[in-house]
Design a protein around this ligand. Structure first.
Ligand code: NAI
Ligand code: MG
Length: 487
């Protein structure tokens, strides 16, 4: 079987290479985290499929590159139109494949997928210029030239959203693309490939190779004809990819994990603080930006905890297709066991688990209760490692200095959230926090014009706005002399 019907659409389970569907002899089973429903035998790519996809992308590059921002922009806008026409199908299949909320796919995520494509298409057409400048009568002209074939490797927690955050700017910049989606969520990328075909993309401009990281992923990132590697995923995988890319000196853009602080000061609006804190359980905690270390001023810890508990107990866990569900299951048995393992080890070390801490027995399957660990032992695994599940830690501080020190006491630096009533404090404290994105009295507000990425081990590079093009393009300076002209 080479396709499966979902939400009234046929989803191909093979690779998409040079505009064609290509099967591998080997396949792997895809299932839904909601209830284990079988979702197709997916082609498992390896060196041969990667070689074919990279060759196709390389062959398509000169034509795509020469099309220019306007020609590419027209096709990218057609693609975004098709995404919008297919929001319902995309939402349903993404929910089945990765277990996140259907209502947020319909209203937020899939419209954003279309925006990811439109924004960068428009940016390349209208914004990508630098004023010329003179050096002793010579004119410097800066341009962003297409760089070649971009390899994109993506995780499972927000599959199409995170893939298009890379695909949009790479294609707009004039690169051609080979995407390797996460093996636990292969479907939305496959359907998206069909949309590129419908939009009229030339064959080879966009390719999808399905498969495991250790095979398809490894073959892709070590390929000598890859000009850029864009990877979103975990730190251990990033280290392996960095080594492979180093062999060819391929530039990398890494968006990695986090253990972000949510700092609640004594003067905070506690209702707002509790609302933001409970949002950290969204997507069953499978969010890179999640503020999993709640740091609260000691004078308000009781009042805050009460409000937090009230809210947390209202978080409705269940089938992500139900309109009133707030959080769904973990993505996969392997990941569920990993999350549970963190909590079980913390328990055996005597951690004070004041909420949850167990699988959700009523729902069974891969559902894990929202969990809060109070005052974890400093330096212990539960408060230092990225768990990527609905597991939050709460600690107290007694001064601004201590809050900043605790917030920065992590190997990660993806995001930080601060809740305070004082502007002066907000400005002073955020200046000292080390993170790529900082939110003050809000969470998850993300503009495509803004730089996005991680400090410390949370990543390499920034994307968004011009920062994306600085990565995907070859930035060039051409110097025109005042001398030597014959006309
Ligand atoms: P992962 O690192 O296990 O896998 C990510 C992707 O890398 C998958 O497609 C996988 O097949 C591939 N891969 C694995 N080994 C590879 C290799 N040797 N060569 C090439 N590719 C390989 O991460 P996972 O578990 O899928 O995703 C969760 C992680 O992603 C978390 O750490 C999370 O924080 C991070 N993430 C970061 C985001 C950000 O923007 N900073 C956004 C979302 C997730
Ligand atoms: Mg799946």
């Amino acid at each position: 079987m080479t396709s499966i019907e979902i939400a009234g659409a046929r989803i191909d389970t093979r690779h998409y290479i040079k505009g064609q569907r290509v099967a591998s002899a080997e396949t792997f089973k895809n299932t839904s985290p909601i209830d284990g429903t079988f979702l197709g035998d997916i082609s498992s790519g390896d060196q041969a499929e990667v070689d074919a996809a990279v060759a196709a992308a390389k062959a398509a590059f000169p034509g795509w590159s020469k099309l220019g921002p306007k020609g590419r922009g027209e096709l990218l806008h057609k693609l975004a139109d098709l995404v919008e026409d297919n929001i319902e199908t995309l939402s349903q299949l993404e929910t089945l494949d990765n277990g996140s909320l259907l209502r947020s796919h319909r209203r937020g995520v899939m419209p954003r997928v279309a925006m990811n494509i439109r924004f960068f298409a428009d940016y390349a057409m209208n914004e990508l210029h630098h004023p010329n400048f003179e050096t002793r009568g010579h004119t410097n002209v800066v341009s962003w030239d297409p760089s070649g074939v971009t390899a994109i490797i993506t995780p499972w927690n927000a599959p199409l959203m995170l893939a298009t955050w890379r695909i949009g700017p790479a294609l707009a910049a004039g690169d051609t693309v080979v995407l390797k989606p996460a093996e636990w969520t292969p479907l939305s990328a496959s359907f998206f490939a069909d949309l590129t075909k419908q939009a009229g993309f030339p064959d080879g401009v966009f390719n999808v190779v399905q498969g495991f990281g250790s095979k398809a992923g490894a073959a892709l990132v070590s390929h000598k004809d890859i000009a850029r590697v864009a990877f979103t995923g975990s730190v251990p995988t990033a280290k392996v990819i960095a080594k492979a890319a180093a062999e060819n000196l391929t530039p990398v853009s890494f968006e990695l994990g986090g253990k972000s602080p949510l700092v609640i000061f004594e003067d905070a609006d506690l209702e707002l603080a509790a609302t933001i804190a409970v949002e950290q359980y969204d997507n069953a905690g499978q969010v890179c930006l999640s503020g999993t270390r709640i740091l609260v001023h000691e004078n308000i810890v009781e009042a805050f905890s009460e409000k937090f508990r009230e809210r947390a107990l209202q978080v409705k866990q269940g089938d992500p297709r139900d309109e009133d569900t707030d959080i769904g299951p973990q993505i996969h048995q392997v990941h569920f066991d990993r999350v549970k393992g963190f909590v079980d080890r913390a328990k055996s070390e005597g951690a004070n688990i004041v909420l949850g801490g167990t699988p959700n027995d009523e729902l069974g399957g891969l559902y894990f209760n929202p969990t809060l660990v109070l005052n974890p032992a400093p330096g212990s695994e539960i408060v230092t490692a990225e768990i990527f599940g609905p597991v939050l830690c709460m600690q107290t501080f007694s001064s601004d200095e201590e809050a900043v020190q605790m917030a920065n006491d992590t190997e990660f630096g993806l995001a930080a959230t601060v809740v305070t009533g004082s502007r002066e404090k907000a400005e002073r404290v955020t200046a000292d926090l080390v993170a790529g994105t900082i939110w003050v009295n809000c969470f998850f507000v993300r503009d495509l014009r803004a730089p996005f990425g991680g400090s410390k081990k949370s990543g390499i590079g920034r994307e968004g706005g011009v920062w994306s093009f600085d990565f995907y393009a070859d930035v060039k300076n051409t110097v025109f002399s005042p001398n030597g002209w014959k006309e």
